[in-house]
Unconditional design. Structure first.
Lengths: 288, 287
């Protein structure tokens, strides 16, 4: 009797194992990179890089998939540096980079898909309305540490900086001509929404985030406000018309001139057909 | 009663009592506050559609259907791999290796070190080994295997403790009855060690299901319904992280997803302890 039960259990185990093997390894889609078949618009496209761009490209990818049902667009995050590295090594078909391309990245082909402004944010009830570029630099380098020195209340300034490798950090430092080692930050953060939450939760904080994100959160009643830079109001509108000085292009990149599926996708991501998605993700479509 | 009262008149006793109760109250309050916050913000968004529909507009709208499936598959792979290896190693350490042996000592120490390694390290290892070296790419399989590496130390150590908690008289009696070591193991020691295994399982599943860092580079970010274990699939924890930290306006769905995660964890833990009480444990009692 026992023996029968044992046999039965063994068979259960065996069939379970067989099922796992079939479910896992039996499928033919094992190639991680783009699989080119006879029809150019089928197969899998792997896109990695900037977390800022990931939700946007993923949404564009979904619409692309709905047009070409045989296509799979896989978007992975990890930062612009990773987008560059993966595109170079061929681990990704397309990389995402949320800044202008650098001089040592001339080997890659870059295609802008949208723009994003980087705005300086403070707590909503902070009486400071405007900061000159020199004041921002002085605050970020620790030369000014109290709000009263820039026309605010007598309270210590909490400087919020972005983590190394983040494109917003590079754009910000580039505009204010600072080095990251000069920055005396109390808090170091990663994604945009984290920056908004940090400043919203600290009455004396100053930080910088994507303008689209900040504008949306301000509308939703999150207690932050965008400061104007160089006399220009920080808004998606001023980013679009090019008057706002701190902005960055959002790129997709490839190692070689794109062909087939990658080309089709990049053309689509640059077309007017996705402008509504770009606005929906609080970025600014390129004026064409 | 009188004794307790007289004790309470001593200020030192009284202080200690306040401290102990205070600490317990603080822990409970933190948990209740956390749970209350999640329920308050998340409950109104949970519906059948939310649980089954795919995410829309980067997760701000729509549901978490494919993400739930991916999460379950990742956890399934993790357990299918870690349970047999974990129990096997625990048996070896507890039953076939003496306390003093160098091999046992080294295995235990390395497991203890591994148990304390930050999950991002496992993530990078998983990305380098499973995704690149083994060529599995960003896939549910890579994610599950990485999680298996991460939970194995916890699983092995607590299962081993479970085996060690079985009285030596069980083994001696079994030997006296002429039972083989395998029979003793399967019918006597294993069921008796279930409580230890369960502790490891609950801790391990808890760590695995809440994992973000180890999964973002292995199972990935794709929120489509997975078609096979070699597809990339977003885990619930990554979805919550992305919605709250990267997607403006994603908070409501982040809370709802967090609530689902908590419920899932409670359900798994509940099932595990139910199994232990009514399933496997009874076997030993009736023998």
């Amino acid at each position: 009797m026992y023996r029968f039960i044992h046999l039965y259990r063994l068979r259960m185990c065996a069939s379970l194992a067989a099922f796992l093997v079939v479910a896992g390894f039996g499928t033919p889609e094992s190639a991680p990179a783009q699989t080119i078949t006879a029809d150019p618009l089928s197969g899998k496209l792997v896109i990695t890089g900037a977390s800022t761009l990931a939700p946007l490209i993923a949404e564009i990818g979904k619409r692309f998939e709905s047009i070409y049902p045989k296509v799979r667009v896989d978007v992975q995050t990890g930062g612009s540096s990773r987008g560059v590295a993966d595109a170079r090594q061929g681990l990704a078909d397309i990389g995402m980079v949320s800044r202008a391309m650098k001089d040592d990245e001339k080997d890659l082909r870059a295609f802008p898909v949208a723009r994003d402004g980087v705005g300086i944010i403070v707590y909503k009830e902070n009486p400071v309305q405007v900061l000159t570029d020199e004041q921002v630099v002085a605050i970020y380098t620790g030369k000014i540490t109290n709000w009263k020195d820039v026309g605010g209340k007598d309270a210590p300034i909490t400087v919020v900086n972005k983590a190394e490798g983040r494109s917003t950090l590079e754009v910000f430092l580039h505009y204010f001509k600072m080095k990251n080692t000069d920055v005396k930050a109390q808090i170091v953060i990663g994604d945009n929404e984290q920056g908004v939450k940090t400043v919203a939760g600290n009455r004396h904080a100053i930080g910088y985030v994507s303008i689209g994100t900040a504008e949306y959160d301000e509308l939703q009643g999150v207690p932050i406000k965008l400061l104007s830079v160089g006399g220009v109001t920080a808004s998606t509108e001023t980013v679009r018309n090019g008057t706002f000085p701190i902005s960055r292009p959002l790129h997709v990149i490839t190692r070689t001139p794109p062909v087939g599926l990658a080309k089709a996708f990049i053309d689509y991501a640059q077309s007017k057909a996705v402008h509504d998605i770009i606005k929906q993700q609080y970025f600014v479509p390129l004026v064409d | 009663m009188a004794k307790t009262l007289s004790r309470l008149q001593n200020p030192r006793e009284w202080l200690a009592l306040v401290f102990v109760w205070g600490a317990a109250a603080l822990v409970t309050a933190t948990f209740c506050w956390l749970l209350g916050d999640i329920i308050r913000h998340g409950l109104s968004h949970i519906s059948w559609t939310f649980l089954t529909a795919p995410p829309e507009n980067a997760g701000r709208r729509g549901g978490i259907g494919p993400i739930l499936v991916s999460t379950s598959l990742i956890l399934g792979v993790c357990l299918a791999v870690s349970l047999p290896i974990g129990i096997g190693t625990a048996v070896l350490l507890a039953e076939f290796t003496s306390d003093q042996s160098l091999f046992g000592w080294m295995t235990r120490r390395s497991l203890d070190i591994l148990a304390g390694v930050p999950s991002i390290v496992f993530g990078l290892f998983g990305n380098a080994f499973f995704c690149k070296t083994l060529g599995l790419g960003f896939s549910i399989l890579s994610g599950g295997l990485t999680l298996a590496c991460m939970v194995l130390p916890i699983l092995i150590r607590s299962t081993e403790e479970g085996f060690r908690a079985v009285p030596a008289s069980y083994r001696l009696s079994a030997a006296a009855l002429g039972l083989s070591r395998t029979t003793t193991l399967v019918h006597l020691l294993l069921p008796a060690a279930v409580p230890g295994l369960l502790v490891g399982l609950v801790l391990g599943v808890g760590r695995a299901i809440a994992e973000t860092a180890a999964l973002i580079f292995t199972s990935g970010y794709v929120d489509r319904m997975p078609e096979s274990l070699l597809d990339s699939g977003r885990a619930l924890s990554i979805h919550i992280f992305d919605l709250s930290m990267n997607v403006s306006g994603g908070d409501a769905n982040a809370y709802a997803s967090a609530l689902v995660l908590v419920i899932m964890l409670l359900a798994i833990n509940g099932t595990a302890s139910w199994l232990a009480t009514y399933g496997l444990h009874r076997k030993v009692v009736t023998v």
